[in-house]
Structures are given as C-alpha cells and as structure tokens.
Design a protein around this ligand. Structure first.
Ligand code: SF4
Length: 148
C-alpha cells in the first residue's frame, strides 16, 4: 500500500474573530493562546513539510484580524521563500485595498472568502472584482443557514 503524502498543511492560528456568527463552531472553542510564528515556523521547517507540502492554508478565527495578522504575514513570507502556495480563509472584512496589497506583497497566492450574511450580489461582485485586480483567483464559499 502506498504511504499517504501530506500535500496541504492547514494552520488554525486561533479562534478570535471580528464577527460573532451564531453558527460559528470556532468561537465556541477554548480561547487558548494563539499560535506564534516561531511555533509555526518549526512545523514548516520539518523535512516532511519541506519535501511534500505544496500549499499552506491559514484559517482561524479570522487570520487577517488583529492578533493574527502579523503572524499570518510572516507565515506567508516564509512559505513564499520556500516556494509554496498559500491560501487564507477569510470573512473578507479586512480586504480593503490596503489589506489586499499587504497580503499580495507578502507573497499570498490565494484567498477564500467565506460569505455568511444575506450578502448582496452587488457586494460579492465588487469584492471579486477587487480580488481580481490584485491578481487573486476569485474564490468564495457561502454558508447557508435558516437565517440567511
Ligand atoms: S466569520 Fe467565520 S470565524 Fe468569524 S465568527 Fe463567523 S463563522 Fe466564525
């Protein structure tokens, strides 16, 4: 039997978020201390990760939100130097021109925007246009609940 190979590494930095969605499973978890860059770096520099992993996914909570942003940018920069793709799972709230340009400069390759609210088609289109302008493939995930 072939040995499974780890191709993606998904890192949950912590569970804080600027939103408070009623259905969120992450916010109900322990408020344990969030991951710092040196702990993540140690994992990223494991031979198994260096040799096999193609993409590093950053999630939370919200990876672009205050306590995590600095770590998120450092991880993206390191992954970029290592020749790996990166993807940030985000609610999109921090993705103004400044936020997008900062993530792009760090070397981010993908963003997956999670949409929850009764989000208007207009807002979705506007956000996708902005992602395209900064060279990110447009990727969105809708969460559908009774409320939305
Ligand atoms: S945006 Fe995502 S992480 Fe934040 S509260 Fe909502 S579901 Fe949870």
């Amino acid at each position: 039997m072939q040995t499974p190979i780890l191709k993606q590494l998904k890192i949950a930095l912590g569970y804080d978020c600027n939103r408070d969605c009623g259905f969120c499973l992450q916010l109900r978890k322990d408020k344990s201390p969030f991951l710092d860059f040196s702990s993540v770096k140690k994992v990223m520099e494991e031979p198994m990760v260096i040799e096999n992993v193609d993409r590093i996914i950053l999630t939370g909570g919200e990876p672009t939100y205050y306590p995590y942003l600095e770590t998120t940018l450092s991880i993206i920069e390191l992954a970029h130097q290592m020749g790996k793709e990166t993807c940030v799972f985000t609610n999109g709230d921090m993705l103004d021109a400044n936020g997008l340009s900062t993530l792009k400069k760090a070397g981010l390759t993908r963003l997956r925007v999670s949409l929850y609210d009764p989000f208007s088609v207009f807002d979705t289109k506007r956000l996708m246009r902005r992602l395209k302008k900064y060279g990110f493939p447009a990727m969105a995930k809708y969460t559908v609940t009774k409320e939305t």
